[in-house]
Design a protein. Structure first.
Length: 242
């Protein structure tokens, strides 16, 4: 059972518990995640098959690891999720997401500069949001481009991570977003290959924890450096299976 290897990392159980708590208040999230995970599962199995690893992993384990991968809201996931190369610029998020949250800081910067943000901004839950969304007024449907791309709010830069303010964020799985699907596919593959390595070599987990601690501990690292380091570890771990 690969799950034994997965649960050897203590923080993993706290992530499952966190998810239980979250879905108590947002029951619709459970069915959203269920549909999303079916899409992810097809692709993960295809990658494992191509890499001849599919027979090494029980179906039940794949399901649980994919579930873990789509509910992991740790900072590591936030950093690991910042892979712009996963986005195919389809514009689905600009046409369908609501609300488009504007932080107080962003609101002030829009107010006090000549940045061309024409959309109406209204107060919303302690911050602000664009009054019109679905689609956003700044979305140009014909070219699928944003007409304020360089000034777009953080929530747009971070999607599919939803950032509500500087300290609160959440990964929202969405089957229509290639970025979200790809993020969880790659995370699941990394988790599966990591578990297989832990199974083969009991020292692997200790070495991995040391490596992560050594590579990504420094608070003063800027986000870009942390993203690069994290992505390198993830790439090295999964051995670029796809
Ligand atoms: S501001 Fe730009 S990136 Fe954000 S939702 Fe609107 S069109 Fe999309
Ligand atoms: S973030 Fe997702 S939904 Fe938005 S453009 Fe990229 S792939 Fe499409």
């Amino acid at each position: 059972m690969l799950l034994e290897e997965l649960h050897k990392r203590e923080y993993i159980d706290s992530i499952f518990n966190q998810y239980e708590e979250l879905t108590k208040n947002q029951p619709e999230l459970t069915s959203e995640i269920f549909i999303f995970e079916r899409t992810v599962s097809k692709r993960v199995k295809k990658i494992l098959k191509k890499s001849r690893l599919l027979n090494d992993v029980e179906r039940k384990d794949i399901k649980e690891i994919i579930h873990f991968s789509s509910i992991a809201f740790t900072e590591g996931s936030l950093v690991a999720a910042l892979r712009l190369d996963y986005c195919n610029r389809c514009g689905w998020c600009c046409e369908n997401c609501s609300p488009i949250y504007i932080t107080k800081k962003e609101y002030e910067s829009y107010e006090n500069s000549d940045k061309i943000v024409t959309a109406e901004i209204v107060p919303f839950e302690g911050g602000y949001k664009f009054e019109e969304d679905r689609p956003c007024e700044h979305f140009i449907r014909k070219t699928k481009k944003c007409d304020i791309y360089n000034e777009r709010p953080t929530v747009c830069r971070a999607f599919p991570i939803l950032i509500k303010d500087e300290n609160e964020y959440q990964f929202r799985p969405n089957q229509f977003c290639k970025y979200a699907v790809e993020f969880v596919v790659q995370k699941a593959i990394t988790e599966i290959t990591t578990c297989l390595k832990i199974r083969e070599d009991p020292d692997f987990l200790k070495n991995l924890e040391n490596l992560i601690e050594k590579q990504i501990p420094v608070k003063e690292d800027n986000l870009e450096d942390r993203v690069k380091k994290w992505n390198k570890i993830a790439d090295d771990l999964d051995g670029k299976l796809d």
